[in-house]
Design a protein around this ligand. Structure first.
Ligand SMILES: [Mn+2]
Length: 225
């Protein structure tokens, strides 16, 4: 059976925008899709927007019911670390959520390894690798002399890669290697700036459909900002 996915960019607490986008994609409220499609989140679902906690619990519920997948972003990684380092002062529920976040994968390979989802960046030599380096690269990307490394330009791996993390005014496709796209269109920011072109734009939330390779956008709703 064909594997059909909708990969969702960095949500950053924009719960109402997320719900509007998945409705547009044809999902029911419970996260099921009549065509058997599945949601995949690129991470950084928390912080910045108005509904960080509710967004995380909404997505966590979908993942626990096997209706969605999620890779861990730097925001989730840092939050879980903070909770774990002060266990005595935080609630048991916070520790449970931090445990859950900590256990999320940092790379997901789908559709017979034709598709890979990571939060920040992919590296040709680290596809399907589990190591500290692979985790660091996937969650935070690489920097060279303080500047963000353009991972799409050097990627020569086989899977098509979908990533978030780096703000772009429109999805940034590359044909290098098996191909890639960055879909962090800064949902949580009224005034955003494209990291590559410097172009200013109003943030919105983006979905990338697989295998169609189509983009579906949702304007950020005011109540999320
Ligand atoms: Mn990020």
């Amino acid at each position: 059976m064909a594997e059909l996915y909708d990969v969702i960019g960095d949500v950053h607490g924009c719960l109402h925008t997320l719900k509007a986008l998945i409705k547009k994609l044809g999902y029911k409220k419970n996260g099921r899709h009549p065509d058997g499609r599945k949601l995949v989140f690129v991470g950084d679902v928390i912080n910045r927007g108005n509904h960080s906690t509710e967004t995380l619990s909404f997505i966590r519920d979908l993942v626990e019911k096997d209706r969605a997948l999620m890779v861990r972003g730097n925001h989730e990684t840092d939050w879980a670390k903070r909770v774990h380092s002060r266990k005595k002062k935080v609630s048991k529920e916070a520790v449970r959520i931090a445990d859950w976040l900590h256990d999320l994968p940092y790379q997901i390979l789908l559709d017979d390894r034709r598709l890979m989802v990571v939060h920040a960046a992919a590296h040709t030599d680290l596809v399907g690798v589990m190591s500290n380096k692979a985790e660091r690269w996937s969650v935070r990307g690489g920097r060279i002399r303080g500047k963000a490394w353009d991972w799409q330009d050097s990627y020569r791996g086989e899977p098509f890669v979908v990533a978030g993390h780096t703000p772009v005014a429109k999805p940034r496709f590359s044909k290098k290697g098996g191909g890639s796209v960055i879909i962090d269109t800064s949902a949580s920011r009224r005034k955003a700036k494209d990291r590559f072109t410097g172009k200013k734009f109003a943030g919105y939330l983006t979905a990338f459909r697989w295998p169609e390779q189509e983009i579906v956008k949702q304007k950020t709703l005011a109540k999320d900002l």
